[in-house]
Design a protein around this ligand. Structure first.
Ligand SMILES: [Zn+2]
Length: 145
């Protein structure tokens, strides 16, 4: 078992960039994104050409490793690393929420202050546009969405 952010938690931030989240917080790059006992690495996954017996042996080894990992996560070091990763995920989620909030008021064509617009059709397309871009694209303000 490993704990790492899923693809949906990732932002378009370079691998070595620290990102400001709040006035006193940053998300700094960290090579320790996975939590496991550094002295007890995860068993490597068997290849497709491995026999059933080899895959069964791997499954047993993996189950035993998961039990050791659970025990490690109860140690002071394991708990410290788990809490640190949770804190980083919370900060990353706040970054995503901040970006979503800004995207809702930023024209997707020119970046000017904007609001949600729609095509006048019965089954409309929606875009976040400034008044000038909305007029050029024949979109109208969308109310109540
Ligand atoms: Zn615009």
């Amino acid at each position: 078992m490993s704990i790492e952010p899923s693809a949906s938690d990732r932002t378009e931030v370079g691998p070595n960039q620290a990102v400001a989240v709040g006035p006193n917080e940053t998300v700094a790059p960290n090579a320790e994104e996975e939590i496991h006992d550094p002295d007890d690495p995860e068993p490597s996954t068997p290849g497709k050409q491995e026999s059933d017996a080899e895959r069964d042996a791997w499954a047993s080894e993996y189950d035993a490793w998961c039990e050791r990992l659970d025990a490690y996560l109860l140690t002071a070091d394991g708990q410290r690393r788990s809490l640190e990763l949770q804190r980083r995920l919370e900060l990353a989620n706040r970054l995503v929420e901040s970006a979503e909030t800004r995207a809702a008021v930023t024209c997707e064509l020119c970046g000017a202050p904007s609001q949600l617009h729609r095509t006048p059709a019965r089954w409309p397309w929606y875009k976040t546009l400034c008044p000038a871009c909305a007029q050029a694209a024949k979109y109208v303000p969308a109310a109540g969405r």
